[in-house]
Design a binder for this molecule. Structure first.
Ligand code: MRU
Length: 356
């Protein structure tokens, strides 16, 4: 079990969110205290907190930060203010649907309990409790995904993962890394190739950091090496997370995931996606409709303190890509597996989970 807690709420209603400042890893482990909405938007945009489920938890706490000092307002006025706060938080990043899912959940809860709240303070207390439930449920879902996913892992396997979909990216033990942690708990000996994950190196900086701390054998490879290690027959299965899964089972994840999926298909390696129901977007029919975040050119031209592209040369920096459902062996959720996903199977799972 990883020891990392990527986000905590410190204190009572007047407290604040504390995040691991992920941009400094692995050189330094520092914490960032976030005390207001602009601070949370900035932390999400800069990737101080990142990974779809962790962004959802951060947004839920962000909503609390936005109302904690406004409890003198009437309940209807505070509800209107909450709407504005949620719109501000929703603009932080466009792709991970967990952000919007968490904010919708906070607003829905506020609307449901408002009638029973004597004043703004009572409503704010309700919202802190709801954010803490979002967080606790995420941790529980990670464990359940881990248990379902560990059944796919046999003793001695070597797995490949892309980006960071571990404890740093969630409120619990991770999505794609959760089956690895559970398999290790079960005494299975596993090895992991962590794709470096250009340009922000979530695999090299974060995945290797947390797997290494948990005592799981991990080797970092550059993104371009994934084909070679599969060609050499060194990979038994791929496990990745997701930022948004369309209704037809198309999977959006960190840029480079699609390349890994194509390579896995070419080499007959199973390609597993591990994601909670909160990552499914029933309102988006297929992956080509998912908004893909484009990030600053400097992440490519000046990554990590050194200019690596000549001045004046253009770059294109999409942060995510979409893997078509046909390349996905199975999606592992907290409710079990969707094998060979398609629209009918995704809809059936979402109905079973009460999410549709
Ligand atoms: O840009 P990031 O670092 O937030 O991207 C994160 C990913 O793509 C993860 O693989 C995804 O959110 C799944 S996290 C459990």
């Amino acid at each position: 079990m990883p020891a990392v807690q990527t986000i905590t709420w410190e204190g009572a209603l007047s407290g604040h969110a504390r995040l691991i400042e992920q941009t400094l890893l692995p050189e330094r482990t520092e914490y960032l205290d976030v005390r207001d909405v602009p601070g949370m938007v900035d932390a999400i945009y800069r990737l101080a907190v990142r990974g779809a489920p962790a962004i959802g938890v951060a947004a839920a706490y962000g909503a609390v930060l936005g109302i904690q000092n406004e409890t003198g307002r009437s309940v209807p006025d505070l509800l209107r203010h909450l709407d504005e706060v949620c719109s501000t938080l929703a603009a932080a990043r466009p792709t991970a649907v967990n952000l919007f899912w968490a904010l919708e959940r906070m607003k829905r809860h506020a609307a449901a309990v408002a009638g029973g709240c004597a004043d703004g303070r009572a409503l704010a207390e309700e919202l802190l409790a709801e954010a803490q439930r979002v967080h606790a449920e995420d941790a529980d879902q990670c464990r359940r995904m881990g248990e379902h996913g560990a059944e796919l892992i046999r003793d001695g396997m070597t797995l490949l993962t892309h980006c960071n979909a571990g404890a740093l990216a969630t409120g619990g033990m991770g999505t794609a890394l959760a089956p690895m942690y559970v398999a290790a708990e079960q005494g299975k000996k596993i090895s992991v190739f962590a794709d470096e994950t250009r340009p922000l190196l979530q695999g090299a900086r974060l995945t290797s950091w947390e797997l290494n701390q948990a005592g799981i054998d991990v080797k970092v490879i550059t993104d371009g090496m994934a084909g070679r290690v599969m060609f050499e027959g060194r990979v038994d299965a791929v496990f990745v997370g997701s930022d948004r899964i369309a209704r037809n089972g198309d999977v959006c994840n960190k840029i480079g995931t699609y390349t890994v999926a194509v390579l896995a298909a070419r080499h007959g390696v199973p390609f597993y996606v591990v994601a909670p129901v909160s990552t499914f977007d029933a309102a988006t029919d297929s992956g080509d409709l998912i908004p893909i975040e484009e990030r600053a050119a400097e992440e490519i031209t000046n990554g990590f303190g050194r200019r690596t592209v000549p001045e004046g040369v253009g770059v294109y920096n999409p942060a995510f890509d979409v893997t078509p459902a046909e390349l996905v062996t199975a999606i592992v959720t907290e409710h079990g597996l969707i094998e060979r996903p398609n629209m009918a199977k995704v809809e059936a799972l979402l109905r079973q989970a009460g999410a549709m």
